[in-house]
Design a protein around this ligand. Structure first.
Ligand code: ADP
Ligand code: ZN
Length: 339
């Protein structure tokens, strides 16, 4: 029997990505488009599938046996229904797997995007380790866990939802409704929002009532971010690197929080590797170095000695490779369950 080829769909808060992927992790074709989340789930899924059809054509219409889909949680991996992720407003009870199967006529499997990417790092990352934790720092912030070669899902299928580990119990409100989650600090969305708040505070030069400025707004020269119509996490990284005090304060708070959180993960899971991926990791060593240093310094010494913190090599394709790994994994599981 030929090795299976799968279609991989990655639904992010900023971009949609589709790809055709072989069983050895070779990406035969790959495309991305803006999510435009304000259009709502029907329109977004429609464009996702249009894009998928282009990727299938570009790969030469290979025989595809299944579709893997990575999406922000919460979601139900058994039914393939999306359950209102903070990064996808309006996606309440969206039967994503069914919608994909109806249009493409193929079995479709949904999994948390970071869980999926963790599996892809284990299969194809080239790390040669059995236990790893993957963290995606993108529009949102999520995690996935592979322990002793097995994907960790938990009893409800949401296990390893590390974006909602609390780093400050009285902290900022998170999109999930709780306070002080890591996602409320470390996601691209939060980096941008905290910088925007800090610029507003600097311009007003007061402590605004009702606002909880946990990030100091330096009173020095006006931030170079102030002139931008919209501030993104990428702008914050770039200006911090160029020496802007305000951008630097937001960036340093982010890397400090992340380093502390990774130390906790290292203590709890004792992975051999913590892999960082997602759009914000395009900042490269400017992100990795302080996070790695903080994490390995603050974790328990034996756990820290057995672990390293690295950047994914999968780049923009991390989501698609994750979705592909899930499709192949579920096909294996289904095969094992068959009589
Ligand atoms: P998605 O969440 O849709 O999967 P990405 O993984 O591309 O999308 O993440 C998008 C986030 O990455 C945005 O917040 C964006 O500002 C941020 N980003 C993109 N490039 C950089 C960069 N060079 N440095 C820091 N952040 C970046
Ligand atoms: Zn949360």
């Amino acid at each position: 029997m030929p090795e299976p080829t799968v279609l991989a769909l990655d639904v992010g808060g900023t971009k949609l990505a589709t790809g055709v992927v072989g069983a050895d992790g070779t990406v035969l074709s790959f495309r991305t488009v803006e999510t435009a989340v304000h259009e709502g789930p029907d329109a977004v899924v429609g464009r996702l599938l249009d894009l998928a059809e282009k990727t299938l054509a570009e790969a030469g219409h290979p025989e595809v046996v299944a579709v893997g889909i990575g999406c922000g949680g919460p979601l139900d991996p058994d039914t393939g229904v999306i359950l209102g992720p903070p990064g996808l407003p309006g996606w309440d009870e969206v039967p994503l797997a069914r919608m994909v199967t109806e249009r493409l006529g193929l079995p479709a499997y949904v999994e948390n995007d970071a869980t999926a990417a963790a599996l892809a790092e284990h299969r194809w990352g080239g790390w040669g380790v059995d236990s790893l934790v993957y963290l995606t720092i993108s529009t949102g912030f999520g995690g996935g866990v592979v322990i002793d070669g097995e994907l960790f899902r938990g009893a409800a299928g949401q296990g390893g939802e590390l974006g909602h580990v609390v780093v400050d119990w009285q902290g900022r409100e998170c999109g999930c409704g709780a306070r002080g989650c890591a996602e409320a600090y470390v996601s691209g969305t939060s980096i941008a929002r905290r910088a925007t708040e800090a610029v507003e505070l600097q311009q007003r030069d007061i402590s605004a009532p009702g606002v909880e400025p946990r990030t100091p707004a330096p009173s020095g020269p006006e931030s170079s971010l102030a002139g931008l119509p919209v501030i993104t996490a990428r702008d914050v990284a770039e200006q911090a690197r160029l020496g802007d005090d305000l951008a630097r304060a937001v960036w340093d708070e982010t890397t400090a929080m992340l380093g502390r959180m990774v130390a906790v993960i290292i203590n709890v899971c004792e992975p051999a590797l913590v892999v960082l991926g997602g759009g914000v990791t395009r900042a490269g060593a400017f992100l990795l170095d302080p996070v790695r240093e903080g994490a390995l310094r603050q974790a328990m010494p034996p756990a820290a000695a057995a672990c390293d913190v690295v950047l994914s090599h999968h780049g923009d394709r991390a989501g698609v490779l994750g979705a592909a790994a899930i499709a192949l994994h579920r096909l294996d599981e289904t095969g094992r369950e068959a009589p």
